[in-house]
Design a protein around this ligand. Structure first.
Ligand code: ZN
Length: 399
């Protein structure tokens, strides 16, 4: 390699290294930024005034705005605020990030002076102060009215649940609040009691009465009479404190509609053996040779149980015979409607033993096993249909 080539190679290698470091740095920053964002932590600043930490902010503009606010408030008292904040970059958790109001209060608390102000005194205890009497009155007025919106009636009584007075006195600068700041502090400190008359409709639940029905089969129920809820018109005196109801006196109750009792009839009659139980028994002894589902690319709408020709085939549940005869590839088939949404089919029989319209009991012999229709050996093809749709019989059979 010539000298100039070597030099070129060294420069090339350096450039390559710089690019590699650059990409690595960007990569790390992307990862850091992504994880900071994902956790809710943000890049922000620690605020120092006169070397003392005030707190953490995400947005430095809050600090400048708060200082401007403080300066204006102090100006009213012929005081000035001439200190500059210093910022140090920090990662700030969501719970630690200060609002502009927080920053303002924190800065105020660093000022030791007493100034003339208007203290809000609750039960003899000054809780905060405002710069003017108008501001103090406005804060109390806004606090009083913020909970009652929409519920004002002619006889509304809105009052504080403590003695409140505005006192013109010297107050610490740190106790000064804006009207908005005063509202935040008043929320937990001073209850607003609102007494008013409210009209509303109350639903009255219906009663349920159960009666024995000796015509209805045991295990069955029927609705004799549907229940209907009643309605009362209520006039009540309601007391809310800070918008939360704490007391209510009903002044007047007028029945708009009486509730109607719901009557349930409980079956007591001995059911005939041909009534469906709602559960199936296995319709024949033998070997399960084919399950429900796709088979050789075709849907198999039932299960196959193989056994010797002549094996008894029994009704899987009580019901009425709707078909008994020859049906194409099914050969000899019996169909039973169980009158509860279910029907069952029994196919390829060597002989059917029941007639259409006949009522059969669960377990009653209805046919004998065979290989009639499209069948390659003696077996029962058994289908269960729910509302006409074939379903897998196997999980429904009590085995
Ligand atoms: Zn089959």
């Amino acid at each position: 390699m010539s000298e100039s080539n070597k030099q070129f190679y060294r420069i090339f290698k350096k450039v390559k290294d710089y690019i590699a470091y650059g990409l690595l740095t960007i990569g790390i920053m992307v990862v850091v930024t992504a994880s900071v964002n994902a956790s809710g932590y943000r890049l922000g600043s620690e605020i120092l005034i006169d070397g003392e930490t005030i707190g953490l902010v995400v947005n430095r503009d809050y600090v400048h705005a708060a200082i401007e606010q403080v300066s204006e408030e102090l100006y009213e008292h012929n005081l000035s605020f001439e200190r500059e904040p210093v910022f140090i970059g920090r990662v700030v958790s969501p719970s630690a990030a200060m609002t502009q109001e927080d920053v303002r209060n924190a800065i105020m608390s660093t000022i030791d002076n007493f100034v003339e102000g208007y203290a809000l005194v609750v039960d003899g205890e000054p809780i905060l102060a405002l710069v003017s009497e108008e501001a103090a009155e406005l804060a109390l007025e806004n606090h009083k009215n913020r909970y009652v919106a929409g519920n004002i009636s002619n006889d509304s009584i809105i009052e504080f649940d403590a003695e409140v007075e505005i006192s013109n006195q010297f107050v610490p600068v740190s106790s000064l609040r804006t009207v908005e700041g005063a509202l935040l502090a008043l929320e937990p400190a001073l209850g607003v009691r609102h007494t008013f008359v409210k009209q509303y409709v109350e639903e009255i639940p219906y009663e349920v009465e159960r009666v024995n029905d000796y015509q209805l089969y045991r295990g069955r129920t029927a609705v004799g009479q549907a229940g209907q809820r009643g309605e009362d018109a209520i006039i009540a005196r309601v007391v809310q404190v800070n918008g939360v109801e704490v007391h209510s006196d009903i002044l007047e109750r007028t029945t708009l509609r009486q509730p109607t009792t719901r009557i349930e009839r409980i079956g007591q009659a001995e059911p005939p053996p041909t009534i469906a139980h709602g559960r199936f028994i296995r319709p024949a002894a033998g070997t399960l040779t084919s399950r429900f589902g796709r088979r050789w690319g075709r849907m198999h709408n039932g299960i196959d149980i193989a056994g010797p020709v002549g094996t008894y085939i029994r009704a899987a549940d009580g019901g009425i015979v709707t078909f008994s005869g020859w049906d194409g590839g099914f050969g000899n088939i019996v169909r039973i409607n169980h009158e509860n949404g279910y029907s069952t089919w029994y196919a390829h029989n060597s002989a059917n033993l029941v007639r259409v319209g006949e009522r059969v009991a669960q377990g009653q012999v209805i046919a004998r096993m065979g290989s009639t229709g499209s069948s390659t050996g003696s077996h029962l093809h058994f289908e269960v249909r729910r509302n006409g749709v074939p379903v897998d019989p196997w999980p429904l059979i009590n085995r």
